[in-house]
Design a protein around this ligand. Sequence first.
Ligand SMILES: Cc1ncc(COP(=O)(O)O)c(C=O)c1O
Length: 453
Amino acid sequence: MKTPSGSARSEGPRPLAGLAAPPPRQRSLKRSQELKAEAERLIPSCSQTFSKGPTQFVQGVAPVFLARGQGSHVWDVDGNEYVDYPMALGPIILGHNYPAVTAAVIRQVQEGTAFSLPHPLEVELARLLVELIPCAQMVRFGKNGSDATSGAVRVARAYTGRDIIACCGYHGWQDWYIGTTTRSKGVPKAVQALTVPFQYNDSASLERIFAQHPGQVAAVIMEPVGVVEPEPGFLQAVQQLARREGALLIFDEIITGFRLALGGAQEYYGVVPDLACVGKAMANGLPIAAVVGRREVMELFDEVFFSFTFGGEAISLAASLATINEMRQKNVIGALWAMGGRLKDGYNALAAELGVGRYTECIGLAPRTVVTFKDETGAESLLLKSLFQQECLKRGVLFSGNHNVCYSHSDADIQHTLGAYRAAMEVLAEAIKAGDAAQRLEGEPVQPVFRRA
Ligand SMILES: Cc1ncc(COP(=O)(O)O)c(C=O)c1O
């Protein structure tokens, strides 16, 4: 297993004695509430993205609208400041309003944003991705991660002449994938039947799909790593199975790309797929994604329809080049491993110290960690998660259950956050002891986005 250059791997919990637990801040959420009331009339779900909507934050305690970001901090529409951890669900890898990216964006806006012929930046960025991502020989750009995963699936079907897709992880909002989850309303049954999920770290569950659909599986698409690390040999076993069965292997690196390593999880784990999808972090918050992969497969995009008005929009291309170049020059990846590791170790040390390690844990690879909450029985507890979130929000930490650390997160941020976590965990510990978490909650608990059907 490869450690990205300069990275500081997490080395177990460090002592946190003396870390201050800040008191709750006085905040008004008046403007957020006013806008929410209007949004409820105008915008279904009040949001364009499920994970940003009111169901994911304790209403009455959480801001509903954010107005501004700078570095690792954001301000809500009432002027309250928070250390940001969702980071726009992952894209903000350098920081909000990061100077090198902002300058590139402004330059490009002044030169023109979208054109009627391709722009040279398309070639420049494609060249860079081919240099950095192990499987990349050719590149096509999209806007959202779902463009990339859906394009990869379509080209795999075209290449193999087969229809069935085996998937593992989350792959976006399109019919072919979302039909496998509980959010499948509106997806035709015939489409649902063509995608079959398998279990992570369980290659036998993938073998069963091949056995049930002999000669019909076009591709295995998977997040190479989520919060659980691959067991030794698992990714290689999946690759061998796909090869043996004549299916393509697609790594969905929408989260892992430009986060675990510049070349993504395929560089980190040394397993190279046929195709890969990148998005999120590649332009520090500007909308761009890409399908990359083996020439022989990618060339089929000459015939496979993958085309949209904003496909080669120039601002995001410029932002992506500026972002990736900055990441290369500054060893951003190393910083993400170091900061994320401190946060993870700090969280788990606090949980151990306060006796709640059974109920909550920070897991995953340091550049993106997830915090789990469980009840007495070991089942996921959205109630405890909500209570913890509530206490973090009151202390200036925007907590949604994961840490997408960015290059602008500072030692002071981590120190402040761990102080807020101590205070929130003290409340959690008291609530668990008294069995009164629900009574301590000052709003509706958060809800799951979806579950696997
Ligand atoms: C692993 C993974 N794949 C695909 C997607 C879809 O990307 P988008 O929401 O940009 O369409 C996401 C989004 O969260 C993701 O995490």
